[in-house]
Write a protein that binds this ligand. Structure first.
Ligand code: AMP
Length: 371
């Protein structure tokens, strides 16, 4: 019998909330991380892939350690995109349904800062933020970081590759003396190692950090090889074969995402697009429609889809193959989450078979060629 959340030290009131969300047994990373993080006063490094349950792995220990009586920000969670910030804040909020009131705010770029400043005037215990907007709010004295005891860097590799290096360094400098830092990252490239070396204790506990990047065994990887003009037809016939299943289709650029969406709409497919150039309101609207299942498919670019957590995604299509293994892993990780089965299909062009081999090797798996 697997270890329970109670045995890991999670309170009854939090367990009640988890149970209602269908979170009954800890995932591997939760089982490993939670006992260590509850001890507190430890820096911590975890190599964790998307869908592993990492939000609860750091979120539950944070919630356990908040003192609701103290009206100060006690924990700071940094995350690369606004969608991810909103998602983390929402998950934590749901976990606290039966606990004492713990106030969580998410702040991110691309939304009105005045409105965020207004919200921050209320008591707040946990901030979930993108690095740039956090610094902006600190500079405007809308956020006081004096009372924080925990900083979480979520998806550290993504924050670095999105160009937040300078801001992260600034934030970690500001918060250096007064806290423990927990770093979560799917991959450990050199610039993430540099952060660890500079800002985390050499005694930091580490889990899975030596781990190879592993493919999620719940994902069935497939690929086709065709010319560029054939790809749209292949996509349509694939979508037909998936009947009511919901999925994400990835493109490499805003332009191709928009083009593909228009082509699909022309074929009466229930689809919308999520790309980085869209305004916050538009993005929220599309996300809501997708989550509420008013649209069946989403065409997305990498940045826009980072960290999206939508239940029961049946498949992911790499309509254009990504440049890097990281992106391939992140994209594919939108399906096959939390123990469900998923399908990831690559529409490779004739000159891209080496890339397929490269992804196979990087993730130590085999993709099936579909003809
Ligand atoms: P994450 O890796 O934190 O983005 O979580 C992925 C999804 O798994 C989220 O929808 C969580 O609500 C869900 N989840 C997290 N922990 C568990 C668990 N122990 N059992 C079932 N689902 C979980």
């Amino acid at each position: 019998m697997a270890i329970s959340f109670g045995e890991l030290g999670i309170s009854k009131s939090l367990r009640k909330g988890l149970n209602e969300l269908g979170i009954k047994e800890p995932t591997e990373i939760q089982a490993k991380a939670i006992p260590t993080l509850l001890e507190m006063e430890t820096d911590f490094i975890a190599q964790a892939k998307t869908g592993s349950g990492k939000t609860a792995a750091f979120g539950l220990p944070i919630l356990m350690n908040i003192d609701p009586e103290v009206q100060q920000i006690q924990a700071l969670i940094l995350s690369p995109t606004r969608e991810l910030c909103q998602q983390i804040a929402k998950q934590l909020f749901k976990f606290t349904k039966y606990t004492e009131k713990i106030f969580i705010e998410s702040v991110y770029g691309g939304a009105k800062i005045d409105e965020q400043i207004r919200r921050l005037k209320r008591p707040t215990h946990i901030i979930v933020a993108t690095p740039g907007r956090l610094l902006d709010l600190v500079e405007r004295k809308a956020i006081q970081l004096d009372g924080i005891n925990t900083v979480v860097l979520d998806e550290a590799d993504e924050m670095m590759s999105m160009g937040f290096k300078k801001q992260l360094n600034q934030i970690l400098e500001i918060t250096k003396s007064k806290k423990q830092t927990w770093l979560f990252s799917a991959t450990m490239p050199d610039h993430v190692k540099q952060i660890i070396k500079t800002y985390l204790s050499p005694k930091a506990k580490s889990i899975g950090a030596e781990m190879r990047l592993e493919a999620n065994r719940d994902i069935n990887y497939q690929y086709t090889v065709s010319t560029t003009p054939e790809k749209f037809k292949i996509l349509l016939s694939f979508l037909n074969s998936q009947s009511n299943s919901r999925g994400l289709i990835f493109c490499n650029t805003k332009k191709s995402a928009i083009n593909l969406t228009n082509l699909l709409i022309g074929k009466d497919v229930s689809v919308d697009v999520l790309e980085g150039g869209m305004k916050q309101l538009e993005r929220d609207k599309v996300m809501r429609a997708f989550k509420k299942e008013r649209i069946q498919l989403l065409v997305a670019t990498d940045v826009a889809a980072r960290g999206l957590d939508v239940k029961d995604l049946g498949f992911v299509v790499h309509y254009e193959l990504p440049m890097h293994l990281d992106e391939f892993t992140h994209r594919s990780g939108r399906t096959g989450r939390a123990g469900n089965k998923g399908l990831a299909l690559c529409l490779a062009e004739e000159n891209e078979t080496a890339k397929i081999k490269f992804f196979e090797k990087g993730l130590n798996m085999k993709m099936k060629l579909i003809r």
